[in-house]
Design a protein around this ligand. Structure first.
Ligand code: URA
Length: 234
């Protein structure tokens, strides 16, 4: 791929803007030697204003999603892309969220530009566990563990029953729920089906991957080791 297109696809500007970066001598090799648009370096050899490039396509990152931002591309109230470098929203292939968390849900959100990887994570076939911490408006009744575990729970306007899910009761109004699929507003709808209401929801883990010490609103690229952790329970 031509260098100008490669940089434009990483979000460094339109092809015209990137061509200007070359003319201004801002694109160099690791030793500061100016590069030209028809040079053929590898991705890792390129510097812009002395800085290495953002990672090449095939990225997977995790974000600690705060409350009150949405997983869409645009929303006047704020979107998850606002928490990433602006360039990330301009990449081609595009970066997208791996599934969604509601505006009022916080926690672990994955984002990738790799369609196959995205599919592998969200596919019902992979059954990757997703673990949520829920705070409820009313005391648990006592039958929820059995009700969620039996694999027969039918949510309104769904055609097939839910897969078995594990509920761990942590307190009268506090529970940890592990799902192996991802249906629309699933956790909230499951608790509504047993006469309760979710007041606060936080995703702690996907597969074997948790947020570690990543603070709310922060993100980081995932390494090969993280990816292995993610699929450890595959
Ligand atoms: N289930 C929900 O109800 N909301 C989320 O954000 C994720 C799972």
């Amino acid at each position: 791929m031509k260098l100008v297109k490669h940089l434009a696809n990483l979000g460094y500007g339109s092809r015209k803007q990137v061509a200007w970066l070359f003319r201004e001598g801002r694109i160099t090799d690791v030793d500061g030697e100016v590069m030209y648009a028809d040079d053929t370096p590898t991705h890792d050899e390129i510097r812009i204003d002395g800085e290495p490039l953002d990672p090449a396509p095939g990225i997977l990152l995790m974000l600690h999603k705060p409350l009150a931002v949405t997983c869409s591309k645009k929303d006047p109230g704020g979107v998850v892309f606002d928490l990433l470098p602006a360039r990330f929203g301009l990449r081609d292939p595009a970066l997208s969220t791996v599934g969604r968390l509601d505006r009022d849900t916080s926690g672990l959100l994955l984002m990738t530009d790799d369609g196959q990887l995205l599919h592998r994570i969200i596919s019902p076939k992979s059954k990757l566990p997703k673990v949520y911490l829920a705070t409820l408006a009313q005391d648990l009744r006592g039958d929820e563990v059995a009700c969620f575990a039996n694999g027969g729970l039918m949510l309104e306007s769904e055609k097939t029953p839910l897969l078995p899910a594990e509920l761990e009761v942590l307190g009268p109004r506090e529970a940890r729920l592990t799902l192996h699929e991802g249906r629309y507003h699933q956790v909230r709808r499951m608790f509504a089906a047993v006469g309760n209401h979710v007041e606060a929801l936080h995703r702690e883990r996907i597969g074997g991957l948790d947020l570690g010490d990543l603070a709310e609103g922060q993100w980081r690229m995932l390494s090969e080791k993280d990816r292995a952790k993610l699929f450890a329970s595959d």
